[in-house]
Design a protein around this ligand. Structure first.
Ligand code: 5GP
Ligand code: MN
Length: 325
């Protein structure tokens, strides 16, 4: 692994940069890409920022988002490819994975547990609450000033990946970094309104429908919800409106592991895992081919819902120490 000085030097040598995050982008992925991309543009570099999947509407306020290209990246004579918040190459998605095989300087910055090292330059810090924290440190090491636009993006990255500082990835260093952003004068209240107080009606409808499916294991240690395409369509909701619903499964007294089973398409399911105190859901998700963090992880499985649920719920109950109850 490289240190941030080496990463900063490699970035300074670049001229034509392709910069991306992961599939199904979240606040950390988007905020980190935009903060770094906008800053590199100010340093006079040609930067293409993008990702394969559409941007959820709640992030439409992010400064610089009009510069973010959704879908395939344009063909161009890039010299450097920077990948953020991706634990494994597969999380890059189609259109971007191809660039791993091209003759570019590959720089990979991430904060997932058990991240697979890839890239000519690689920096992974699982203790960082968000890649946004690392980007803030990187820009500091590079001695480049950040603008308010970049700061808004970094603040978004950090508050979304820490659940507004509630998750146990939040450290004193997280608060110190955010204090710096606040001292710059970012409109924190407006950002929080955009993120949490302007939900479309459909997001509340799907919350109601998801809560209807809430089921607890007999031991009370595991709780899960299920969202099929039919449930989603009936609520008039989009996939992006299911973001955050899993937290309700975990928020119940006595529950250690919350699960959300979401049908992506026929016989293809996304499973989200969250834990409260003790279970390493990164390990749990990894045993089904996924990954993530100790308290938040995910995987995608093919098969019928009943079989998938049986396998995952059984493993979750065992991990949560609830077997036999
Ligand atoms: P979410 O449940 O919010 O989609 O994801 C929670 C965490 O798990 C994120 O940090 C994300 O990177 C990781 N994650 C989600 N889905 C997958 C997956 O299919 N594979 C891997 N390796 N990680 C995932
Ligand atoms: Mn992240």
């Amino acid at each position: 692994m490289n240190n941030l000085v080496e990463i900063g030097e490699a970035i300074k040598r670049s001229n034509r940069v392709l910069l991306c995050g992961h599939v199904m982008p979240d606040g950390d992925c988007l905020g980190s890409v935009l903060a770094l991309g906008l800053t590199l543009e100010r340093l006079g570099k040609k930067v293409i920022m993008g990702g394969p999947d559409p941007i959820p509407e709640i992030y439409h306020y992010l400064p610089g988002l009009d510069r973010f290209i959704v879908g395939k990246p344009p063909e161009y004579e890039y010299d450097t490819f920077i990948v953020l918040d991706c634990s494994i190459p597969e999380r890059l998605g189609q259109g971007y994975q191809e660039f791993l095989n091209k003759d570019l300087v590959l720089i990979n910055i991430d904060h997932h547990e058990g991240s697979q090292p890839f890239g000519d330059y690689q920096y992974t810090d699982p203790k960082a609450a968000a890649v946004g924290e690392i980007i803030l440190d990187l820009l500091d090491v590079m001695k480049v000033q950040i603008t308010i636009e970049a700061a808004v993006n970094l603040y978004t990255a950090i508050i979304t990946d820490t659940g507004s500082f509630r998750y146990d990835n939040t450290t004193p260093g997280t608060h110190r970094r955010v204090a710096l952003l606040l001292e710059m004068g970012i409109p924190a209240t407006d950002i929080n309104i955009h993120l949490y107080e302007e939900k479309p009606l459909a997001a509340l409808k799907i919350l109601g429908a998801a809560l209807d499916t809430l089921t607890a294991s007999p031991c009370g240690r595991v709780c899960w919800m299920t969202i099929t395409r039919e449930i989603l369509h009936k609520a008039g909701a989009l996939d992006e409106h299911t973001d955050g619903l899993i937290n309700y499964a975990r928020s119940i007294k006595g529950v250690e592991v919350g699960l959300l089973f979401r049908e992506i398409s026929n016989d293809l399911y996304k499973i989200s895992f969250r834990s409260k105190n003790s279970v390493d859901v990164n390990k749990l998700a990894a045993s089904f081919g996924g990954g993530g963090h100790t308290r938040a992880a995910g995987c995608v499985l093919q098969g019928d819902l009943k079989t998938i649920q049986e396998q995952i719920i059984t493993a979750a109950i065992l991990a949560a120490g609830g077997a036999g109850n």
